[in-house]
Ligand binder design. Structure first.
Ligand code: 13P
Ligand code: SF4
Length: 335
C-alpha cells in the first residue's frame, strides 16, 4: 500500500517505505521546503531529511537557508529558534505537541526573579528554552559551544547559567569559573542515564571509548571513574550530538558506549560501520522527539501544519541572544 492510502494523522501508523519517501521529497520540492532533522529523530526521518545535525548546526542552517519553508523535525523550541532566526520564512513542525522537559524546567517569571537576585550578571541560556526565556537572555548556547559562550564573558562578571544543571557543571569544570551560578533544571532522558549504570557498562567493556552528552547525569561520574583509575582519561569524550558523529568518523574499530538519547546511534553507525556502538541506557528515548512520525511529517507537508509563530516583540529580543549563539564557537556538526 502506498503512503497516500494510509493513516497520516500525527499519531497514525504509516510504513515509511520508498513511496512515502518519494512523496515527502516531492511535497518538499513543491513547497520550496528544506527538511531539517535533529540527531535524535527516528532513523527514517533522518534519512529523508536534507540536513541532520545538532541544535547549533540546524540553527545555523535555518538562519542562512534560501528555502521559503523550514520543516523542523525536532522539538518545539528548535522550530521556535528557527522562526526567531528566519522570521520571514514559514516554519513548520510536524507535531506542535513535541515539547521538552528541560525547556519546561525554567519559566520566564523564574528567570526574572533570579536576575533580580543577581543584578548585573550575564544570563546564558541553553537553546533548550522557550522564546520568552531567550528574550530575557544575553547569550544563548548549545552543548557544542556552551564553554566558548561562557568564556566570551569578562571573567569578573557573574554568569547565570540555565536551565541544565549537568551542562552547567560541565561548563563550570571546563572554565574553572567560581562566579557561574547554575539553575537546577534537567532533561528527564539524560538525567536518567546515571553514574552506576555507566560504571557497570564501563566495567563490562573495559576497552570501550565513552561518548557522553553533557546533559547526562553520568557526566560527572565519568570523570570520577577517570579519577579512580577505572577508565583512562583519553577514553572519555564529553560531546554534543554532532561532536559524537565527528569523533566516530576517526574512531576505527572497537566498542563505543554512548550516553545520550538512543536516536543518536543511527548517525554514529552510519559514520563508522565497523565500530560497535552500544547505548549506556537503551531506554533513553525522548518521547517528544519520537512524536515526529512518518505520518506526521507527511501531514505537515500536505497540509502546511503545524505552523510555528513567535510573538513579534519576544522574537526581536530573543533574536539578539540567539544571533550571538550562532556566531560563537566551532561549526556545529551536521550533514
Ligand atoms: P545537541 O545540541 O547536542 O544536539 O543536544 C540537544 C539536545 O539535547 C536536544 O534535546
Ligand atoms: Fe528535551 Fe531531553 Fe528530549 Fe532533548 S532529550 S528534547 S533535552 S526532553
Amino acid at each position: 500500500m502506498g503512503a497516500a492510502a494510509q493513516d497520516n494523522s500525527p499519531s497514525g501508523q504509516l510504513e515509511p517505505d520508498s513511496t512515502w519517501a518519494e512523496e515527502v521529497r516531492a511535497l518538499a520540492r513543491e513547497r520550496d521546503a528544506v527538511l531539517l532533522a535533529h540527531n535524535y529523530q527516528l532513523p527514517e526521518i533522518q534519512d529523508v531529511a536534507d540536513h541532520v545535525g545538532d541544535s547549533l548546526a540546524l540553527s545555523r542552517i535555518a538562519a542562512t537557508s534560501g528555502a521559503a519553508t523550514i520543516v523542523f523535525c525536532g522539538v518545539h523550541f528548535m522550530a521556535e529558534t528557527a522562526k526567531i532566526l528566519a522570521p520571514e520564512k514559514t516554519v513548520l513542525i510536524p507535531d506542535a505537541r513535541a515539547g521538552c522537559s528541560l525547556a519546561d524546567s525554567i519559566t520566564v517569571d523564574q528567570l526574572r526573579a533570579w536576575k533580580r537576585e543577581h543584578p548585573g550578571a550575564a544570563v546564558v541560556s541553553y537553546v533548550n528554552t522557550t522564546a520568552a526565556v531567550k528574550a530575557e537572555t544575553d547569550i544563548c548556547c548549545t552543548s557544542s559551544n556552551a564553554v566558548d559562550v561562557v568564556a566570551s564573558i569578562p571573567p569578573d562578571r557573574a554568569v547565570l547559567f540555565c536551565p541544565d544543571q549537568f551542562l552547567g557543571a560541565h561548563v563550570k569544570r571546563e572554565t574553572g569559573r567560581a562566579n557561574l551560578h547554575v539553575w537546577a533544571g534537567e532533561c528527564h532522558v539524560h538525567a536518567g542515564i546515571n553514574g552506576p549504570e555507566l560504571a557497570a557498562r564501563a566495567a563490562a567493556h573495559p576497552t570501550a571509548d565513552l561518548y557522553i552528552h553533557p546533559e547526562c547525569g553520568c557526566a560527572t561520574s565519568a570523570l570520577y571513574l577517570v579519577g579512580e583509575g577505572v577508565v583512562p582519561r583519553e577514553k572519555v569524550h564529553i560531546l554534543s550530538t554532532s561532536g559524537m558523529v565527528e569523533a566516530a568518523r576517526t574512531t576505527g574499530t572497537g566498542t563505543v558506549l554512548v550516553a545520550t538519547e538512543v536516536g543518536m546511534l543511527h548517525q554514529l553507525r552510519k559514520a563508522a560501520p565497523a565500530t560497535e556502538f552500544r547505548a549506556v541506557n537503551d531506554r533513553a528515548s525522548c518521547r517528544f522527539m519520537k512524536m515526529i512520525t512518518p505520518a506526521a511529517l507527511l501531514r505537515a507537508l500536505r497540509e502546511g501544519t503545524d505552523e510555528v509563530k513567535v510573538d513579534h516583540d519576544i522574537a526581536v529580543r530573543a533574536r539578539a541572544s540567539v544571533q550571538r549563539m550562532i556566531e560563537i564557537g566551532a561549526p556545529g556538526g551536521g550533514e
